[in-house]
Design a binder for this molecule. Structure first.
Ligand code: DX5
Ligand code: ZN
Length: 227
C-alpha cells in the first residue's frame, strides 16, 4: 500500500445490498472505487449492529483494492487478531472506545495491519497529538457514527488542524459521513485525502445498473479535485 495524498474514494458498503456483498464490492471496484470501506458496528459503542469478522473474511476475496475496516465497537483489543485473520488492510479504532488507544494502535500494527484512529465529532484534533507516529490514518467523523445517510457536520477546522499536526508524516486523513459532491470540496481543501461515501455512491444504482455507481464516484472525485 504505497502512500500518497491524492483523492481516494472509499464507498461504504453499509449502503450496499446486505444480501449481495460480493457482487456489490466487485461492482464499486469496477466503477472506480479506490478503497472499500467496511463499517463494523456492535450495538453498544454505536446504536446499530452490522457484521463481524466472519463476514469481513468472506468479503476479502472480492476486494482487489484496499479493505478499510472501521470498527465502531468497544472493546477493540480482543478482536484485533480476528480482523487481521479476516484480511483487513487498514483497521481503524475509535479513540472514544476505550482508555488505551495507544496500546490498541500498537497492537493493530503488530498484527500486520495499517492502524487508523477515528474521532467522533465531539473529540478535538489535539486528542491524537501523541499518536501521530503510531497511526497510518486519522478518520474524522463528520456525522455521529451509527448510520448512513445522515447530515454532514462541518469539521473543516479540525481537518485543517490535523493536516498541520501531521506535517510530512505518511498519515492519511479520512472523512466519514455525509460526503457528497457538495461537501467533498470543503474537506479536500482542508486537507483530507480519503473520502468515505455510502449513500452518495450507492444511491440510484444496483449491481444490475452499476454504471450509476461509477457516475456517483466520479462526481465526488471531480468535485474534490476541483477544490
Ligand atoms: C457511519 C459510517 C459511515 C457511513 C457513511 O457510522 O461510519 O461509513 O456509512 O454513510 P454516508 O456516506 O451515507 O453518510
Ligand atoms: Zn465508516
Amino acid at each position: 500500500m504505497p502512500f500518497d495524498r491524492s483523492v481516494k474514494i472509499a464507498p461504504s458498503i453499509l449502503s450496499a445490498d446486505f444480501a449481495n456483498f460480493g457482487q456489490e464490492i466487485r461492482a464499486i471496484e469496477a466503477e472506480g472505487a479506490d478503497w472499500v470501506h467496511v463499517d463494523v458496528m456492535d450495538g453498544h459503542f454505536v446504536p446499530n449492529l452490522t457484521f463481524g469478522p466472519m463476514a469481513v473474511k468472506a468479503f476479502r476475496p472480492h476486494v482487489k483494492t484496499v479493505m478499510d475496516v472501521h470498527l465502531m465497537i468497544a472493546p477493540v483489543d480482543p478482536y484485533i487478531e480476528a480482523y487481521a485473520d479476516a484480511g483487513a488492510d487498514v483497521l481503524t479504532a475509535h479513540i472514544e472506545a476505550g482508555p488505551h488507544i495507544h496500546r490498541t494502535l500498537q497492537a493493530i500494527r503488530g498484527a500486520g495491519m495499517k492502524a487508523g484512529v477515528a474521532l467522533n465529532p465531539g473529540t478535538p484534533a489535539e486528542a491524537v497529538a501523541h499518536l501521530l507516529d503510531l497511526t497510518d490514518l486519522i478518520c474524522v467523523m463528520t456525522v455521529n457514527p451509527g448510520f448512513g445517510g445522515q447530515k454532514f457536520i462541518d469539521m473543516t477546522g479540525k481537518i485543517a488542524t490535523l493536516r498541520q499536526m501531521i506535517g510530512d508524516r505518511p498519515v492519511h486523513i479520512e472523512i466519514d459521513g455525509g460526503v457528497d459532491p457538495t461537501t467533498a470540496p470543503k474537506v479536500r481543501a482542508a486537507g483530507a485525502d480519503v473520502l468515505v461515501a455510502g449513500s452518495a455512491v450507492f444511491k440510484g444504482g444496483s449491481v444490475d445498473n452499476r454504471s450509476v455507481y461509477g457516475t456517483n464516484i466520479r462526481a465526488i472525485r471531480e468535485a474534490a479535485n476541483a477544490a
